[in-house]
Design a protein around this ligand. Structure first.
Ligand code: ZN
Ligand code: ZN
Ligand code: ZN
Length: 390
């Protein structure tokens, strides 16, 4: 299988664009700890340790990556570090790495000094313990979130990122098809979920991250954990699965009806509910185009579901951005007036959930482009009526 990847000079571009954004925001620096911002900036998938790893990104000057000495080789192996785009500073086990941060900030004429007020941004997932120590060492600094700077950049995916998202989407699609074609009757949800995880990896994912297998009344809970419930004929099944390829995530949901017999058919009430959902999901997909507010895409799905009398049965947002994080900006939710832009990648996943009866959801990952939204998932969206006999 051909594997997509991010060309190394992309990291230099990203660092440069992030530095410009820090400068435009009037900030002294962005302090990026372990997490997906760090991975996006230099390709470093660092271990989330209690020891501080921090990229100090000032508007000008070379980015400085502060790492524990024992992580030095791992850090140097990251593409952005291997290419020499950052200066590496290591700290020893008995050092206080916060001092390295203060020193890195003082290296620039317009950066913070401990006695001077400056605006600093920390990555959203930086541990509270590190932030508190930084705040104690820099009592006059104002702290904000680095996502204000990184998220607008990360939301617009480049062609290589879209290639990885596509590869992941197709691997997830093949997994859905295999599960629905296989045996379901007399198996527990947990057993099917185990098979999902195995297949996600076998189909090309580096990681299998989640496998929601929600049968019968369990599907009324959108984030149901696969349980010991045994699947039988006359059950609906919501399969919501995902993993990652090169750090980029898949997330697909398809719904099936298990007949247990060659000539079985879904319960009419369920078929009716599903046809409403199918229309709602298609409406949201066609509403998604550059310039359209995120909340209007949500409304496109919600209006159809509400009009069919299921308003109370659709109680989550219509979608979320996806990339290095499984859930990231932009969020397609009521109240989010931010306009979509070409290159945004996000899910469209309305659902209808009837307590104690059943539930259904259809989820695609789409990429917004000048021509509208393009689905990365190819798996048939219609209700999969399967025998479950294998
Ligand atoms: Zn979800
Ligand atoms: Zn999902
Ligand atoms: Zn999702």
């Amino acid at each position: 299988m051909s594997r997509g990847r991010i060309p190394v000079d992309r990291y230099r571009e990203r660092l440069g664009r992030a530095q410009d954004a820090v400068g435009r925001a009037g900030d002294a620096a962005a302090l990026v700890g372990v997490g997906t911002d760090l991975r996006w900036l230099i390709g470093y998938e660092a271990m989330p340790l209690e020891r501080l790893t921090l990229l100090v990104l000032r508007p000008s000057g070379r980015p400085i990556l502060i790492v524990p000495r024992l992580e030095r080789s791992a850090a140097l192996a990251a593409p952005g570090a291997a290419a020499g785009y950052v200066d590496l500073v290591t700290w020893d086990e008995t050092d206080d790495p916060i001092r390295n941060v203060v020193q890195a900030l003082n290296g620039s004429p317009n950066a913070a000094t401990p006695g001077e007020a400056a605006a600093l941004r920390v990555s959203d997932s930086l541990r509270a313990a590190f932030l508190l120590r930084l705040q104690a060492a820099l009592p006059h600094a104002r702290f904000g979130l680095a996502s204000a700077v990184t998220s607008p950049l990360r939301q617009v995916k480049d062609a290589d990122e879209i290639a990885l998202l596509t590869e992941a989407a197709h691997a997830a699609d093949r997994t859905v098809a295999a599960i629905f074609a296989g045996r379901l009757i007399d198996r527990t949800e947990a057993d099917v979920a185990r098979e999902v995880r195995e297949r996600l990896v076998a189909e090309g994912h580096d990681t299998a991250d989640f496998a929601i297998v929600a049968s019968g009344p369990n599907a009324a809970s959108p984030h149901h954990e696969a349980s010991a419930r045994v699947i039988g004929s006359g059950d609906s099944i919501v399969l919501d699965i995902g993993g990652s390829v090169g750090g980029y995530h898949s997330d697909v949901t398809r719904t099936a009806w298990v007949t247990g017999a060659r000539d079985g058919a879904p319960e009419p009430a369920f078929a009716e509910l599903f046809s409403v959902l199918l229309r709602a999901q298609a409406a949201a997909r066609s509403a998604a185009r550059p310039g359209v507010a995120c909340m209007d895409v949500d409304a496109a799905a919600r209006d159809i579901i509400d009009a069919a009398g299921f308003a109370d049965a659709f109680f989550h947002r219509t979608g979320h951005g996806i990339g290095l994080d499984g859930h990231e900006d932009p969020y397609l939710v009521s109240g989010n007036a931010a306009p979509l832009a070409a290159g945004n990648a996000f899910s469209i996943e309305p659902g209808i959930y009837l307590e104690d009866r059943f539930g259904a959801r259809i989820e695609d990952i789409v990429v917004c482009s000048a021509e509208g939204s393009k689905e990365l998932n190819r798996a048939d969206r219609d209700l999969a009526v399967v025998t479950g006999l294998g």
